[in-house]
Design a protein around this ligand. Sequence first.
Ligand code: CDP
Ligand code: CDP
Length: 215
Amino acid sequence: MNNLVIAIDGPAGAGKSTIAKIIADKLNINYIDTGAMYRAVTLKCLQNKVNIENEDEVIELTKKTEIDFKDNNIYLDGKVVNEEIRTIEVTNNVSNVAKIKEVRCLMVDVQREIGTRNSVILDGRDIGSYVFPNADYKFFLIATPEERGARRYKELIAKGVEVKLQDVIDDIIKRDEIDSSREFAPLVKAEDAIEIDTTGKSIDDVVESVLNKIK
Ligand code: CDP
Ligand code: CDP
């Protein structure tokens, strides 16, 4: 039987990773958080004090980087970095790393390799439009920037991070703009993706909408 590939794309805070994890569990398939890969490269750049404006330096470092997923952990050069990749510093720099074509190609090679070996659900920005244009199912999750910002704000406050709601919303809008306007493989809804507006919807509602489409 052929591997099943499910693509979940959309802007920041739309609920992609939450929904993708639940669907992966229910269908007993692998889950790949592709955003975590771009975050891991960004973390390595920051740790190595690489100037993110200097694309050649970022590319060189990325070539020497190993990213792996095992048992719900993300490994950067053999070390688990689940928490380190979620800092505000990484979040505020990741889109400038992810817009570099060569960085994307290196990450996409890994994503395609995993998707060719196993049945998988991937969440990101370009999965249905670029990484797996022939995915079996494509979903594009959206919600208002205010709701997406409020979701992220709640997570940060729960972690004890001091932030203002409006700053979180502004950062999300800024990141979406960079992600949507980059030249190579931008954030875009694939023509054949099913759009789900998650504004005001519970996680269970969204999971149900997705599962109803998967036969
Ligand atoms: O979880 P959140 O929505 O905050 O972001 P993420 O999924 O962790 O992705 C972080 C960043 O990685 C995005 O803002 C994009 O710049 C980049 N990304 C991408 O360019 N392509 C992907 N397939 C996934 C993420
Ligand atoms: O991966 P992405 O950036 O698209 O979003 P996420 O990290 O899955 O979701 C952001 C937050 O919104 C999480 O804390 C979810 O629990 C929450 N969420 C929600 O409240 N309602 C939904 N329908 C989906 C997610």
